[in-house]
Write a protein that binds this ligand. Sequence first.
Ligand SMILES: [Zn+2]
Ligand SMILES: [Zn+2]
Length: 195
Amino acid sequence: MSVNRANPAIRLSRILSIPGEEVTDSGTFESLIYEQSGEQATLNVQDGRYKVTASNVGEDRFWLSGTVEATLFQECARCLRPTPVPVKVTLGILMEYSPKVETPYLDEGEAGEEVIKFGDPIFDLGDIFVENLLINVPFVVLHDENCKGLCPICGIDLNPDSGQTCPFENCPRVAQEKDSKNPFDALKNLDLPDE
Ligand SMILES: [Zn+2]
Ligand SMILES: [Zn+2]
């Protein structure tokens, strides 16, 4: 596997054959390159930072612990504005060194434990960081809990700070708001034919 040096990586060479030893690494990042369905993808973030420690726990195994945090941008579920979502994750990952492994993969150990098999002592943290950050993003992101969303007819942003106004008199959202004030107001304005 070609390790992408643009990603944060932790160098395990020094502790590779010394049980009990550990190595710590920390740094910042603005983007992470990861693999998604066999394709390379990039996750852009703000204020990405990490601090991880890998401990040699014997039998070619390593315990990776620490934290990774970043501000991700997700669309508001109602108005689609890019919305900053700060995420902080505590890591606890078991890894196993196996020189023949070209691309790290998740495996199951004898006791049913999850273990990442890897073959490059310079371990690329991109996939692990992306997976752990994304899994901690709330399923529904709102830029404001009172977000009014988009007009279902014209698509404008109905939030007061958007500066946009719905051009349609019969916009269902506008009508709904009128109705909730006085259900009979809407009737007054109806142009009923004289009989
Ligand atoms: Zn919104
Ligand atoms: Zn509208």
